[in-house]
Design a protein around this ligand. Structure first.
Ligand SMILES: Nc1nc2c(c(=O)[nH]1)N=C([C@H](O)[C@H](O)COP(=O)(O)OP(=O)(O)OP(=O)(O)O)CN2
Length: 161
């Protein structure tokens, strides 16, 4: 029998409250609404000299920094095919067909995603997490990030080395 090891982080503090809207079925655009998103992450890999897959503290602090940056913000996609997001020094103007929203710039986070689905938020958060941990010398063999929109509906992204 073979062993493998994982570290799983699922803490209440990885909750962020944010607004968004997505499109689906082509050109149906949701009304703006919010979620109390909850993020969890699972790392798989060999044990290091500390017998860690990844240091709980390093992973926790990195994930906390990422989720804090999304908390109380309007999440906007910068590579959506039909939602245009244009920022100037003060404001972000968003247009979709004949609809238009203007937000204070500081209230927004512009994300390099094509739609702010839970799946693509998980992808964005995982990329940020891997980059942050790489700077600290951790390179897990596998990472799974889940973003839960409303207690039971999760989008999951998985990275395999
Ligand atoms: N696979 C996915 N499906 C859907 C996503 C998604 O990100 N990935 N997102 C949505 C919508 O954003 C929508 O907000 C979620 O729908 P809903 O369950 O209605 O959300 P509520 O917060 O309103 O939850 P209630 O249970 O209705 O209170 C749709 N699909």
């Amino acid at each position: 029998m073979q062993n493998s090891y994982r570290v799983r982080l699922a803490k209440e503090q990885f909750t962020f409250c944010a607004a968004h809207f997505i499109t689906y079925a082509g050109n149906i655009c949701e009304p703006l609404h919010g979620h109390n998103y909850t993020v969890s992450a699972e790392f798989t890999g060999p044990l290091d000299e500390n017998q860690y897959v990844v240091d709980f503290i390093a992973a926790r602090d990195a994930l906390m920094a990422i989720t804090s940056g999304l908390d109380h913000r309007m999440l906007l996609p910068t590579s959506h095919p039909t939602i245009a997001v244009v920022a100037d020094d003060r404001e972000v103007t968003v247009t979709f067909e004949d609809r238009r929203w203007v937000f204070p710039k500081g209230d927004c986070v512009l994300l390099p995603v094509s739609n702010t689905t839970a799946e693509l938020l998980a992808h964005h958060i995982g990329e940020q997490l891997l980059a942050s941990l790489a700077e600290q010398g951790f390179a897990p063999a596998r990472l799974e990030v889940a973003v839960d929109e409303c207690q039971g509906q999760q989008g999951v992204c998985v990275w395999d080395a």
